[in-house]
Design a protein around this ligand. Sequence first.
Ligand SMILES: NC(=O)c1ccc[n+]([C@@H]2O[C@H](COP(=O)([O-])OP(=O)(O)OC[C@H]3O[C@@H](n4cnc5c(N)ncnc54)[C@H](OP(=O)(O)O)[C@@H]3O)[C@@H](O)[C@H]2O)c1
Length: 219
Amino acid sequence: MIMKISVLGTGNMGKALVKQVAAYVEGQVLWGSRNSAEAAGLAKNFQLDQIVTVSYVEALQADIIIPAFPVSALMDWAQANKEQLKHKIVVDISNPFNDDFSGFTTAWGESSSERLQSLLPESKVIGAFKNTFFKVFENPVFQDQKSDVLVTGDDEEAVLRFIERFKPLPFRFLHAGKLANNRTIERLTLLELELAVRYGTYPYISLQLFGIKEAVLAN
Ligand SMILES: NC(=O)c1ccc[n+]([C@@H]2O[C@H](COP(=O)([O-])OP(=O)(O)OC[C@H]3O[C@@H](n4cnc5c(N)ncnc54)[C@H](OP(=O)(O)O)[C@@H]3O)[C@@H](O)[C@H]2O)c1
């Protein structure tokens, strides 16, 4: 049985993700928004028949759910939908930026992903796409090398299922261990932002690690 995927939110990351998932992953993708009429208009422009626009409530039917919300809205949504999210894979793409993007709201030694998992103890939280700025989705291959996506999770099977499902996308998915690694992964995004601004490439910046010949998934 094909697992259904939903993307929630029509902001920069919601748009970028829904296009990629619809283009590369088998089956329908449910696209949730507070304003489904607006989402329907956007979906029509993308000309991807696999996108079905829905409300946030309807989007909870999927097995793999990607909320593309600002971090505070993400935590509120998780708390409000804890029951419906039980046993589902919830893909956390969030970075806990403060209002002016100069720093994080989390202390050193904390991560947004671990916080989300603690709010959703019976869901399987997967961290992914945290270092991928939205513009990169338009061209994730730079100088012949794919952008890396660090995938984390405390449920090993869910990590492997996510990678298996998303591997047709033009990124290199690397198993990056447990959710606690997001203490580092999220902070890398803060550094990437500073570098992108310094070198004039914002918002086109992502990770490309070298030395790994191929993604080896076994422990
Ligand atoms: N921007 C990047 O390059 C980037 C890269 C990596 C990770 N991220 C992470 O991805 C997440 C989304 O970032 P983004 O740049 O796509 O944000 P964004 O452009 O501001 O979009 C956020 C979307 O969330 C939805 N939403 C639901 N509840 C909301 C609320 N209370 N307030 C505001 N929006 C609400 C809205 O969609 P509807 O109107 O359709 O409901 C809105 O368009 C963040 O957690 C961010 O840290 C971003």
